[in-house]
Design a protein around this ligand. Structure first.
Ligand code: URP
Ligand code: ZN
Ligand code: ZN
Ligand code: ZN
Length: 480
């Protein structure tokens, strides 16, 4: 038996915060309450003056992703080790089949790659093409493999882009299966056209990247995906909402009663588009990701989305490429591999910019860093809650601790940090994963291969309600 007693802290869940000790045993939380006794041999963690919160869940990472002719720097081990150092104890990554590749083959490949993970993980599976086998394999993934969400890239033309026919077929199938359709919302046709037009104006550097992907391009795709979901009566989750246009599309749909959910990245909340005009190519290129960083006014809108409840989760889209990889687009911004890091910094950045500024309470912080993701992707309350019976995935959070974020001190393999030089107040002092201390005051004890694949069962309530509503509202034939 292995026990850890976390003593003297304030437990923070999404619904309440209270003074309590937390006792774990063999990977689970077995008691939460005042003045708990330490069993013989227990390790005691002093959490005095600190918060005891559910470990973060990052619902959007790309470890070891082959993308745009290269593969990300962080693999499933280094990426999840870095996440543990930042207080994130689970990730949901993406299986991305090539067009025409059987889904199950891609899924097995990613499962193999992920075996080296140091933290628990799950997968969304991307639908990049359509035929009967894809439809069948979606069923197998949901019913046998614990995949309850499917991703659709509305951008990346001539690669993994999903057209409207595939979107409609896949959303319909997802509804049948009780699985959440998710979208990367950018109009891939417009991006493709704008890339050529920007290049014709002689713009070949990273400053061309945001010009080829303006907010309207994202807003159009978000509105389209939401409208398709509305017609089909299926809930929908929009990943990496970066701008006012798509945040408003979600808010409007929710105001109409539609079940639409939005994710926002720590980077989009805090980094603006001035980075693309940096005179050093390497620095500007290091920020090339899609959707791009936006002018500051958009950041405030994203925060308001989290505050008002029209955006639900925070993620990172952790997808690290080093300077040598980014240099593939030295003469053409459209060839710079898209992606940035952040899995290690998300919790601290969202705390520092969210809780320390009064935008979020500690409980709201828990909602947007773990609990909402756990609920939306059916991991709750095993994950996303400090309660008896939950997994002992816990972060002990020192609200007075400070750290200056930097590529020089990060655990992640990337050679750049989009939060470089930012000093945050509020950092993890301890991280527990599966009831083991994996990070203690700066000392990372991540273990390769101990992370578990977490099955996520299909949904019931949201989908049943959406179907019921459709039936109630259905207009029948006229009897003549
Ligand atoms: O630029 C990004 N975001 N790269 C990863 C793939 C994606 O679009 O999520
Ligand atoms: Zn994306
Ligand atoms: Zn992504
Ligand atoms: Zn490299």
């Amino acid at each position: 038996m292995s026990n850890i007693l976390i003593r003297g802290g304030t437990v923070v869940n999404a619904d309440q915060a209270f003074q309590a000790d937390v006792l774990t045993q063999d990977g689970k939380i077995i008691a939460v309450g005042p003045n708990l006794q330490a069993p013989a041999g227990a390790t005691v963690v002093d959490a005095g003056g600190q918060y005891v919160m559910p470990g973060g869940i990052d619902p959007h990472t790309h470890m070891q992703l082959p993308f745009m002719g290269t593969t990300t720097m962080d693999d499933f081990y280094t990426g999840t080790a870095a996440s543990l150092a930042g207080g994130t104890t689970s990730i949901i990554d993406f299986v991305i089949p090539n067009p025409q590749q059987p889904l199950m083959e891609a899924y097995q490949t990613w499962r193999g790659w992920a075996e080296k993970s140091a933290a628990d993980y799950g997968f969304h599976v991307a639908i990049t093409w359509w035929d009967e086998s894809v439809k069948r394999d979606m069923g197998t993934l949901v019913q046998q493999e614990g995949v309850n969400s499917f991703k659709h890239f509305m951008a990346y033309k001539n690669a993994i882009m999903c057209d409207d026919e595939t979107l409609v077929n896949s959303f319909k199938r997802a509804l049948e299966l009780g699985a959440m359709p998710t979208v990367h919302a950018e109009n891939g046709e417009l991006v493709y056209l704008l890339q050529q037009e920007v290049a014709k104006r002689g713009i070949t550097g990273p400053e061309g990247h945001p010009l080829s992907r303006p907010p309207t391009v994202e807003g159009e795709a978000a509105n389209r995906a939401i409208a398709i979901a509305e017609v089909l009566n299926v809930p929908i989750y929009v990943v990496h909402v970066s701008c006012i246009e798509s945040a408003e599309a979600i808010a409007r749909a929710r105001a109409r009663g539609q079940r639409v959910y939005g994710e926002v990245l720590a980077g989009h909340l805090t980094v603006d588009d001035s980075v693309y005009r940096h005179p050093d190519f390497a620095i500007a290129a290091a920020h090339v990701m899609s959707p791009p960083f936006r002018p500051k006014a958009h950041q405030e809108a994203l925060w308001r989305g989290l505050q008002s409840g029209s955006l639900h989760t925070t993620a990172t889209d952790h997808c690290t490429f080093c300077a040598a990889q980014k240099a593939a687009g030295k003469d053409n911004f459209a060839k710079i591999p898209n992606g940035c890091g952040g899995v290690e910094e998300r919790m601290a950045v969202v705390w520092d910019e969210g809780v320390n500024t009064g935008r979020l309470t500690p409980s709201e912080f828990v909602a947007v860093t773990s609990a909402n993701t756990a609920k939306l992707f059916n991991l709750y309350p095993n994950k996303g809650s400090v309660s008896v019976g939950a997994d002992a995935d816990i972060v002990v959070w020192d609200p007075a601790g400070t750290k200056t974020l930097s590529a020089k001190t990060q655990f992640s393999k990337g050679d750049y940090n989009i939060f470089e030089g930012r000093t945050v107040t509020g950092i993890p002092s301890h991280t527990l994963s599966q009831g083991k201390l994996v990070f203690v005051q700066g000392d990372l004890r991540a273990e390769r291969g101990v992370g578990r694949y977490v099955k996520r069962p299909a949904f019931n309530a949201n989908f049943t309600a959406s179907k019921l509503r459709a039936d109630v509202m259905a207009v029948g034939a006229v009897k003549r």
